[in-house]
Design a protein around this ligand. Structure first.
Ligand SMILES: NC(=O)c1ccc[n+]([C@@H]2O[C@H](COP(=O)([O-])OP(=O)(O)OC[C@H]3O[C@@H](n4cnc5c(N)ncnc54)[C@H](OP(=O)(O)O)[C@@H]3O)[C@@H](O)[C@H]2O)c1
Length: 303
């Protein structure tokens, strides 16, 4: 199958592209960086500038499915201007793709799959969130995710099936939150944050990449949580990282106010608590390679 991946150069996109090529799919990808454009046998890059409404429409040629992973990284300082970029990059990418396809006389796209986040669920120490949950977070990230999903769902009006994967904290050795969390642990100063009781719903990079491909090849339509079956707490996660890295874990928790002083509004990323269910995607036949925390961490840190 020919698949168009947007955000193929990122953490999840690189793993997914590799997997798709291994499975003999052909990849087209859109990138905002001209230096990242390659033309290999199974992998062709195309330029776009979603903020300016620019796209090379040759990227759609023969494409059956689009996977949209694009968006400004949320782990950078949340200035007002950058918050706008976090929001707009997600809306603009969906809109540019939508308008381009709508204007084409003939297109072959049947399936649109979009990344989303579990930040759509309000922070809670007690709730267990399924996709049926109607409560929605009203903080900045919650609002971003809501808009992101609304713009992904507009493809239904073009009779294109839509799948949304609400992704948790991705465990990868190549970047992302786990690498950042492991840095103080490596220096022997790892500690839980705040009460340490906040839920962290995680997923191993191999599983999230496999989940995208599963949704694609099995035509899984609708909204699904992209998390492993066993969420953990911040304290347990930090303790397990220390144990896998054979480092001490004895320091008192880092107080919430201190992280707020350092990170400002972005500190919500550390304190937000979402315990999220993976049952719906498992019922579609998806089998996790990494269900338990310790083997997932061992795999990431030992690679
Ligand atoms: N990793 C996680 O733990 C996690 C958790 C929940 C949700 N997600 C979401 O899943 C998606 C993929 O995650 P990831 O970790 O692979 O992200 P990532 O490494 O930050 O990659 C995102 C990609 O988006 C593109 N991009 C960046 N800024 C952009 C902009 N202003 N306009 C258009 N495109 C832009 C970049 O591709 P080019 O430079 O090639 O254009 C980049 O490679 C993201 O939308 C992310 O928010 C990730």
């Amino acid at each position: 199958m020919k698949i168009l991946i947007c955000g193929a150069t990122g953490l999840i996109g690189s793993a997914l592209t590799k997997l798709c090529i291994q499975e003999n799919h052909q990849i087209h990808y859109l990138t905002t960086r001209k230096s990242k454009i390659e033309h290999a046998e199974n992998k062709k890059g195309f330029y776009w500038n979603p903020a300016q409404g620019e796209i090379d429409t040759a990227c759609f040629e023969g494409v059956e499915a689009i996977i949209n992973l694009s968006g400004a990284n949320i782990a950078k300082s949340w200035t007002e201007a950058y918050k706008e970029e976090i929001m707009n990059s997600r809306i603009d990418t969906a809109n540019v793709l939508f308008k381009a396809i709508r204007n084409m006389e003939n297109h072959t796209v049947k399936h649109f799959i979009s990344a989303s986040g579990i930040a759509i669920y309000p922070s809670s120490l007690t709730e267990y969130y399924t996709e049926e949950t109607e409560k929605e977070a009203t903080d900045f990230l919650g609002t971003v995710v809501k808009q992101w999903e609304l713009h992904a769902n507009q493809f239904k009006s073009l009779e294109i099936s839509v799948t949304i994967l609400r992704t948790g904290l991705v465990f990868s050795a190549n970047g992302g939150a786990l690498v950042e969390m492991s840095k103080p642990v490596k220096y022997g100063v790892g500690a839980a944050i705040g009460s340490g009781k906040q839920w962290q719903s995680w997923i191993h990079i191999d599983d999230i990449a496999r989940m995208y491909l599963h949704a694609l090849t099995n035509k899984i339509i609708g909204t699904y949580n992209g998390v492993a079956p066993n969420p953990t707490t911040n304290k347990l996660l930090t303790k397990e990282i220390a144990s896998v890295l054979k480092k001490p874990f004895f320091l008192p928790n880092i107080p919430k106010f201190m992280m707020k002083l350092i990170l400002g509004e972005m500190s919500t990323l550390l304190f937000s608590s979402q315990k999220v269910s993976s049952e719906k995607i498992e019922k579609t036949g998806f089998e996790f390679k990494f269900k338990e925390l310790t083997p997932a961490l061992e795999d990431v840190f030992e690679k």
